[in-house]
Design a binder for this molecule. Structure first.
Ligand code: C5P
Length: 224
């Protein structure tokens, strides 16, 4: 099975608000333990068993990304939304059997999670996501913030990345998706065309770096 990793790294990172050398810096280039987030994400995919990696980057920063990524990493210009960025990277993924889509914003994902996703695909599932249980009671609210429903917590999961797909299945699902659609993950894209999505165990270390507090926590982990 030839597996290509896609890293979505074209976000601006406004919520992190990183300013390096006096200018706003895309989140994926922000250092963690002295190494940019995107470099951690690419290394995890390769260490976990992916054969090659395509990274969707902000067009204006292509050179900065190329300078910090291993030789052989392919770069494509990302889009205005995560969905558009993954669509662009998928077009550049070549003739893979499997595609794993990962967020640059999840730098400390253990390679074992990548390996679990690959194993599920090798066993024949068309789509698979790493998940964790929900530990807080989780509710649905209306526009005023009033609770309207409290789904049974035992049936809920938090979804992480990398998310794995049969390449042809994911390509067909993106082809069927409206150009302007904006979904928060890729499992939603394949579910929209009726493909079942399996789950494997995720890991707390896959946590997403979104705000400065998340980066501070990640720094504590790499310092240990
Ligand atoms: O914004 P959020 O943290 O949900 O982004 C998740 C991932 O999607 C990040 O790694 C970010 O770089 C990526 N992204 C992208 N293209 C965009 C927006 C986000 O590749 N236009």
């Amino acid at each position: 099975m030839h597996a290509v990793g896609i890293v979505a790294a074209a976000g601006s990172g406004l919520r992190l608000g990183a300013v390096l050398a006096g200018r706003a810096t895309p989140k994926a280039l922000v250092p963690l333990g002295g190494r940019p987030l995107v470099a951690w994400a690419v290394a995890t995919l390769l260490d976990g068993g992916v054969d090659e990696v395509v990274v969707a980057v902000p067009a204006a920063e292509r050179a900065e990304f190329a300078a910090v990524l291993p030789a052989g990493t392919r770069l494509v210009d990302g889009g205005a939304t995560r969905t558009a960025s993954v669509r662009a990277a998928l077009a550049g993924a070549g003739e893979a059997d499997a595609v794993l889509v990962h967020d640059a914003a999840r730098p400390l994902t253990p390679p074992a999670v990548v390996a679990r996703v690959l194993a599920a695909l090798a066993a024949g599932v068309p789509a698979v996501v790493p998940v964790l249980p929900v530990v807080d009671t989780t509710v649905v609210v209306d526009g005023d913030g009033t609770v309207t429903a409290a789904p049974d917590r035992a049936t809920l999961r938090r979804v992480q990345t990398p998310q794995g797909f049969d390449r042809a299945v994911l390509a067909a699902a993106y082809a069927a998706l409206d150009d302007t659609a904006e979904l928060t993950d890729d499992a939603a894209v394949v579910r929209a065309v009726g493909i079942p999505v399996a789950t494997v165990a995720g890991d707390e270390r896959c946590a997403k770096v979104t705000v400065a507090h998340d980066l501070a926590l990640a720094e504590l982990q790499v310092a240990r």
